[in-house]
Each structure stands twice: as structure tokens, then as C-alpha cells.
Ligand binder design. Sequence first.
Ligand code: SAM
Length: 282
Amino acid sequence: MKQVYQETLHQDYGQFFTISHELYREKTEHQDLVIFENAAFGKVLALDGIIQTTTGDNHIYHEMLVHVPLLAHGNARNILIVGGGDGGTLREAVKHPLDRATMVEIDSHVIELSKEHLPELSDGAFDHPRSEVIVADGFAFVEQTDQRFDVIIVDSSDPVGPSAVLFSEEFYRNCRRCLNPDGILITQNGVPYLQSDELKNGHRILSGLFEDVTFYLATVPTYSGGPMAFGWASTSPDPRNTPLETLQARYAERALQTSYYTPDIHKGAFALPPRVSRLITG
Ligand code: SAM
């Protein structure tokens, strides 16, 4: 009988992964961490019973998390990544002409073990000259920093354990404080068909803090339950309305090699089905 990893994110629905080889398991100071190999998705990182990312489908999530805001903004020099310990978000970020990408990750074990067992995810980004990696609570970082950022990307786990504070009004208020004019905040906002409260709460809180708030969607096979939502919050409607031709020009100038993101998918991702729109408009 094959060993199986059963995800425990949802009460009445779930997914399992057969484990062809367990690479590492540890209860860190912050969370239960498992890295294993699965025949369908390659290597898998799970935290506290929830699938975080896989070598098989991570590019969808990381490309949409990074290239949408950075190509919409067009001139981001200084960005902040909160969470993202596996390094996939940083990998995509350093492909852009930034001055610096600062990553604030609470659990050093996620970084170190991802470097060791999942090097494909970071692909050297942790050592990139424009990367700065800080081990700290992202909540406290944005509360205390005097730095300003053009884009803030919250690559958090789901709102359980150490990530819960990254879905709070106080955290988003401090993110707003740390953004430059025309700044953009992007959040990991769960799967609307199964985590509708996460979307509703995110929209309610962000709408009270930002001028332009919406969501965009992408389907990541191992984030089970349908398309996942990325929260979009900006101090101006302009970045979201960047014309397709401009996105195409920036995409070409930066010679981005992508497996999922294209400027057309960027624009299309903001088209929300009525069932999701109704969660936002009530
Ligand atoms: N792609 C995943 C998803 O959509 O759920 C997220 C992956 S990434 C591994 C999530 C990271 O957030 C983890 O490494 C976790 O340690 C980190 N994290 C959780 N709470 C945090 C906090 N308060 N400050 C900084 N990092 C945090």
C-alpha cells in the first residue's frame, strides 16, 4: 500500500498525494514541514497539512503573483515579498530590473530546506545580487520598517498558524503605509469556491484602505477546489488599467521566459465569474 499525504485544509473536501519518497519532515518552531516526492507533481512542500507548492505546477502561481503587478507597475525598483520561503516568488521577481527584492520569511527552516531539497524553486534567487532575505515576522516588519516599496507581494500560507496575522486589517494598513505612490499590494487570497469568507474579508478590509481593489484568478492544480484568487490593492486605478500593448512591450523588453503568464492572460485574469463577483459586491 503506497504511503499517502492527505491535505487537511478543507473539512468536507480534500486531496491526497501518494508519497513515492519522503525527503524531509520536521516540526519547526513555527509549523509542521514536510517535503516529499509525488509521481504526478514532482516534489511537494506542505506546511501544517496544507500544500504550499510543487515543482510540477508552481510556475503558474509564482508567475501570476509576480509578473502581473510588476508589468502593470512598469517601473518598480524596490519590492517586498512577505513569506515566500520556498523561493519561487523571489525567482520570478529578480527577472525584473529591480534595485532590490526584499523577502521577509518567518521560518528559516523553510528557506534552508527549500534550498536543499527544492533548489528548482528558488533557482539561485536567494543568492542573487538584488535579493535581500530577512528572517522575521512579516507583520512586525511592515509595522516597524521605514523602507518604502513600489510593490508588496504577500506570498503567505493560508490564514492559519503564523500566517493568520497576514490577513489582518492592521497588517494591510501597515502595508499601505509602506507603499510608494502608485504602489500595488498583492495577496494570496485562497480558492473562492471553498474559501469565500477569505475573499469577502479581504475585499472588505482592503476596500477601506486602498483606492483600487479587486481580484484576479488563476487555476493552480494543487490548490484544490477551483481557480485561486490573488488580491489586488493599489493606491491608484492606473496600474490595473495598463493597456495590453504596454504590457506586451514590457514583457518583450524584459525577455521574460514564462510557462503560464502572458499579457493576454494578465488582462483576462481580472475577468471574474458572477459567482465570485457576487462575493465581492454582496
Ligand atoms: N504558495 C503558498 C500558498 O499559496 O499557500 C505559499 C508558500 S510559502 C511557503 C508561505 C510562507 O509563508 C511559508 O514559508 C511560511 O513560513 C511563511 N509565513 C507564514 N507566516 C508568516 C509571517 N507572519 N511572516 C513571514 N512569513 C510567514
